[in-house]
Design a protein around this ligand. Structure first.
Ligand code: ADP
Ligand code: ZN
Length: 212
């Protein structure tokens, strides 16, 4: 079963995808993580897109698709797509790619969240420099270090208020149309993304019909 998680930046796609990976064995593919990896590794591609991304703009469809296809070339089933597709062009490429491999997008889960909550979440997000764990400074059990691995918590360069606001605008323009693109498909589900990670996960599991 291949799943796309759709939703505003900061709607919790990464957190839910990680839970699906840990508890149900899905492969979690985040194009945001793939891009950040290129930047951290200082590759040619990373250098080309670094500024663009930190300002909250999208990478090109071509660069993103190349990274994605490379990441899933050894596996084309039981994947959770997080942050991909983000444009209609990317959605069409993904459909074609999976079809060529006799697979398809089975489920699309829209994590619906209010905009004011999104900005609060993005600007208070912290990411573990070692394991990528995601935290929020306002959550009741927040610690200054990663509770999973003891790693240092960092602020993503694109989580400044200015960049976060811009990402919301980019989402509305480029990614919102995808909701209508997928809404007609049988696997489309809308889940309230406003609760705690575990609450939302309960809804996601129910929507996908996964065994508890
Ligand atoms: P968020 O969902 O919180 O915005 P991501 O980690 O998914 O964060 O993505 C971070 C950034 O990486 C995006 O703002 C964008 O610049 C870039 N990016 C991620 N996925 C794509 C994509 N599919 N197409 C183009 N750019 C992307
Ligand atoms: Zn960690």
């Amino acid at each position: 079963m291949n799943i796309i998680l759709l939703g505003f930046p900061g709607s919790g796609k990464g957190t839910q995808a990680e839970l699906l990976k840990q508890r149900y064995g899905f492969m979690h593919v985040s194009t945001g993580d793939l891009i950040r990896h290129e930047i951290a590794a200082g590759t040619l591609l990373g250098k080309k897109i670094e500024l663009l991304i930190s300002q909250g703009n999208l990478a090109s469809d071509e660069d993103t698709v190349n990274l994605l296809v490379n990441a899933i070339k050894h596996r084309d089933n039981d994947i959770v797509f997080d942050g991909f597709p983000r444009t209609t062009a990317q959605a069409e490429v993904l459909d074609r790619y999976l079809k060529q491999h006799g697979k398809k997008v089975d489920e699309v889960v829209l994590l619906s969240t209010r905009e004011d909550l999104i900005l609060k979440r993005l600007t208070s997000r912290r990411v573990c420099a070692s394991c990528g764990g995601i935290y929020n400074t306002y959550s009741p059990d927040y610690k200054e270090i990663c509770v999973k691995c003891g790693g240092r918590l960092t602020i993503r360069p694109d989580d400044t208020l200015e960049s976060a606001k811009h990402r919301l605008e980019v989402f509305k323009k480029e990614t919102q149309p995808l909701i209508s693109y997928y809404q007609q498909s049988a696997g489309f589900k809308k889940v309230d993304g406003g609760g705690s990670p575990e609450e939302v996960f309960g809804e996601v599991v129910k929507a996908l019909g996964l065994k508890k």
